[in-house]
Design a protein around this ligand. Structure first.
Ligand SMILES: [Zn+2]
Length: 142
């Protein structure tokens, strides 16, 4: 699958987060916010904006003497694809332990925890006894 999200760099994610949160933002808004939040010079923010437009992650339209930017990809879909892509690179056998460590490290709301418990209860009905390592080819005799 061809995904735009896979090509978004760590820094570009910071730009996307601001725009997702605000809905849309002007060059002026973005350079001010990202200077305060990330310590970036306005030229740095403008470089990332240009790249995100080129990657079709953002749309841009002229507004007076500046530009207004809008996200072309939904936040949840982008986050889901990025985390799925990360886990696709990890050993299937160790995904559960990795997820457990992640959950331990995250701050979760009562609602989040209730949702996770419901998902786990459902998955437990059909879960295999164990998940095999998928790090080597199937026919590997080593
Ligand atoms: Zn493995």
């Amino acid at each position: 699958m061809d995904t735009v999200q896979a090509e978004i760099s760590q820094s570009e994610w910071e730009v996307m987060r601001v725009i997702w949160t605000l809905g849309s933002a002007t060059t002026h808004d973005l350079t001010a916010i990202l200077e305060e939040k990330m310590g970036w010079k306005s030229a740095t923010t403008k470089t990332f904006l240009g790249r995100l437009v080129k990657k079709q992650a953002l749309s841009t339209e002229k507004e007076g003497r500046e530009f207004r930017y809008r996200a072309l990809i939904p936040e949840q879909a982008a986050m889901d694809e990025a985390t799925q892509a990360l886990f696709d690179h990890l050993c299937a056998m160790k995904a559960g332990q990795t997820l457990e460590n992640l959950i331990n490290a995250l701050t979760l709301s009562q609602h989040d925890i209730a949702q996770l418990q419901a998902v786990l209860t459902q998955k437990a009905k059909t879960a295999p006894e164990k998940v095999d390592c998928n790090c080597l080819p199937d026919d590997c005799q080593c």
